[in-house]
Design a protein around this ligand. Structure first.
Ligand code: PMV
Length: 344
């Protein structure tokens, strides 16, 4: 077959309403809504070649130039489980070269951007081989595939705000793929996210274990109900530009996510002293300065500081001075335009 090689870049995203708990095959227990980032991304270059083994999937997975057996095995399983989307893998070996824009040890969850980029590149090859043009369905299918690799990856396919998970209050919402949230008030159109890297060690409890602990969690049902209601409320907040309500929801979601971890049957704690200090100082700063800045957390100790671009001077000055003892480094990111295909 002729040389087939594609390259895609896919950003990470930060959830405002959190997905925490899943069932069946990567079906979320509640809907979630996130901001797609810009500077934190994964790039993958995918190439087909002749198969030399009889394995169902023959994959060589490189991360930053070196074979990565562990993540490669997860990707190979993903390809095997979803082989109907990639019929060409029956006759072709595949090589994936992957790299992240953020440092490996930054503690940023890279599975969302990695599975996003892999899904886009592999689906793109399917389209190319079948001579199909890319339409909206392409991104929905890529989002579906990305979800099967890592739930939160489903939301990285779209620019700025995306929601995932069936929600009776939201038309076209789906458990299979994310959708873009398009009606955004100017107040939320240029959001920045300064990621304070409080700790860069791998976390003690993975997200997949965390999700599974929601299965017999005493507060699970109320939490799922709350998150579904909040997703619909947040869509309204984003539409009307209600910054105060955004700040309240964003911070309450972060603390609720970690509260769920702290009161699961096998309880655990991912926040660190630096996380708490940064949060307390940030709340104090907001009270005194009236700058609309807030925090969120993903399943780890790092603090995402969210603020409108119009306030970047005040907030970045605050981060560089008042917060400087709470983190090891800061990654400045912002809302972005979603994935791109890169010319090679
Ligand atoms: O996509 P996963 O399985 O790594 O889960 C992500 C869970 C959170 O980041 C904590 C929340 C979210 O909605 O992204």
């Amino acid at each position: 077959m002729s040389q087939v090689k594609v390259k895609w870049r896919c950003p990470s995203n930060i959830a405002i309403v959190k997905y925490w708990g899943k069932k069946g095959i990567q079906i979320p227990c509640n809907s979630s809504l996130s901001l797609t980032l810009s500077n934190s991304f994964t790039e993958v270059e995918v190439e087909l070649s002749d198969k030399t083994s009889s394995d169902a999937v023959q994959l060589a997975y490189y991360f930053e130039g070196e074979i990565n057996e562990k993540f490669g095995a997860r990707v190979a399983k993903f390809l095997e489980d979803n082989n109907e989307f990639f019929p060409y893998l029956a006759d072709n070996a595949i090589t994936i070269h992957s790299s992240n824009s953020f440092p490996h040890s930054a503690g940023i969850a890279s599975s969302a951007s990695a599975f996003g980029a892999i899904s886009l590149a592999l689906l793109d090859i399917s389209y190319e081989l079948e001579g199909k043009e890319k339409d909206d369905k392409f991104y929905n299918t890529a989002s579906n595939l990305a979800r099967l690799g890592s739930g939160s990856a489903s939301r990285s396919m779209f620019s700025n705000y995306a929601m995932w998970g069936e929600n009776s209050a939201i038309a076209n919402s789906s458990n299979q793929h994310a959708i873009e949230v398009t009606d955004i008030h100017p107040a939320f159109q240029s959001m920045k996210d300064a990621i304070l890297i409080v700790e860069d060690e791998p976390k003690k409890v993975s997200s997949s274990v965390g999700h599974s602990l929601m299965n017999n969690h005493p507060y699970a049902e109320n939490r799922f109900k709350q998150a579904n209601e909040r997703t619909a409320e947040l869509i309204e907040i984003l539409k009307t530009g209600n910054m105060e309500a955004f700040i309240h929801m964003c911070e309450s979601e972060a603390l609720t996510l970690h509260a769920m971890m702290m009161c699961s049957m096998e309880y655990y704690l991912l926040v660190k002293p630096g996380t708490i200090t940064a949060i307390e100082k940030l709340m104090e700063f907001r009270k005194e300065s009236k700058v609309p800045v807030c925090f969120t957390l993903d399943a780890g100790p790092n603090v995402h500081v969210l603020y409108p671009k119009a306030y970047e001077t005040e907030v970045e000055n605050f981060i560089n001075t008042e917060l400087k003892d709470t983190y090891k480094k800061v990654i400045y990111d912002e809302g972005g335009n979603g994935p791109t295909k890169i010319k090679i």
